[in-house]
Design a protein around this ligand. Structure first.
Ligand code: MTE
Length: 317
């Protein structure tokens, strides 16, 4: 399903001009702190550019990109799930400017050689940023195509040197009700937690995104660093990560705690099994009218089906 792109297409050539104008307006509205992060994050960022529209320095990875057209920046930044900023799709774009993304530290701990706090800029510098155009499908049966910029998670895990007891990786979002007003309501068991089995985390498609459309992540998309697992339901792709923990036992994840009969840990996109409250057979690509058929593993079966060989995907839904 992953088809090569011509390598000479520039990121601005896949963005309509109206979207670029929206982006300028959006960035002018975002917090100074978010943009200050962009200015100081790393040597990989261009230091002389104005904060608005600051670009990341990355290389394209056409081999790991879909050939489908990306959604517009407007779709990607105004139709979000980020319950820390409210439960409606429009809330994060309106409210996420209160999130301070600079300075940002990620605690890495658990079953590993040397637990430590890492400055985000050091994590970014330690690996080559790549752009990969991935599909993201939400369990609510809508989908988007997003040109993410990020770090292959496997590169970081190798540097962290987990022990042989590490079987899972747990990720935790910032907990700060001052900055994240949605956390003042008990809609979920805060902080938001997600997890992957070690082989899922080490898969070459799994990345930690720090940008999209070639620029630093907008707050509502999980700035300054969020997980992207393209073959999984969107809810696995946890945002604004402050902790990565290697564990021997399966992490207790937020959605599995909130609705154990609805959101399994494995959360494979198995469209042949309905969600208890709706069908998974079709999805609506944001911006399109007609629904499209949902593909096994969100279209990434060739790459990832082997991870789940022998598992009953009707039980491990
Ligand atoms: N991460 C946190 N911390 N809080 C959330 O509410 N929502 C998840 C996931 N990560 C969520 C989160 C869901 S349900 C989806 S579909 C995706 O983020 C949406 O990502 P996007 O808004 O960048 O498209």
């Amino acid at each position: 399903m992953l088809i090569k792109h011509p390598t000479d297409i520039k990121s601005h050539e896949i963005t309509e001009p109206s979207v670029y104008r929206d982006r300028r307006r959006f960035l002018q509205a975002t917090s100074g702190a978010a943009l200050a992060f962009a200015a100081g994050a790393s040597g990989l960022l261009m230091p002389t550019e104005a904060a608005a529209g600051r670009k990341l320095d990355y290389r394209r990875n056409p081999q790991l990109s879909t050939d489908e057209s990306p959604n517009s920046l407007k779709d990607i930044t105004r139709y979000n799930n980020f319950y820390e900023f409210g439960t409606s799709k429009e809330d994060p774009a309106k409210s996420a400017h209160t999130l301070q993304t600079e300075p940002w530290t990620v605690r890495v701990e658990g079953e590993m050689e040397k637990p430590a706090d890492y400055h985000l800029e050091d994590l970014i510098k330690s690996s080559q940023l790549e752009e990969r155009i991935y599909r993201l499908r939400c369990v609510e049966a809508w989908s988007m195509v997003i040109p993410w910029v990020g770090i292959p998670l496997a590169d970081l895990i190798k540097q962290f040197k987990p022990t042989s007891r590490a079987k899972f990786v747990e990720f935790t979002t910032l907990y700060d009700p001052e900055q994240m007003p949605g956390q003042r309501r008990a809609v979920l068991d805060w902080p938001y937690v997600e997890g992957l089995r070690m082989d899922e985390a080490m898969h070459p498609l799994t990345m930690l995104a720090v940008g999209l459309y070639g620029e630093v992540l907008p707050n509502q998309n999980g700035a300054p660093i969020r997980l992207v697992v393209p073959w999984k339901y969107g809810f696995k792709s946890i945002k604004s990560i402050v902790k990565i923990r290697f564990t021997e036992t399966m992490p207790k994840t937020t959605w599995a705690l909130a609705g154990p009969s609805e959101y399994g840990f494995y959360a494979n996109v198995n469209p042949t099994l309905d969600h208890p409250r709706w069908s998974q057979a079709k999805e609506r690509r944001i911006g399109e009218f007609l629904k499209r058929k949902t593909l096994m593993f969100n279209g990434y079966a060739d790459e990832v089906a082997g991870l789940y060989a022998g598992m009953d995907l009707r039980r491990n839904f």
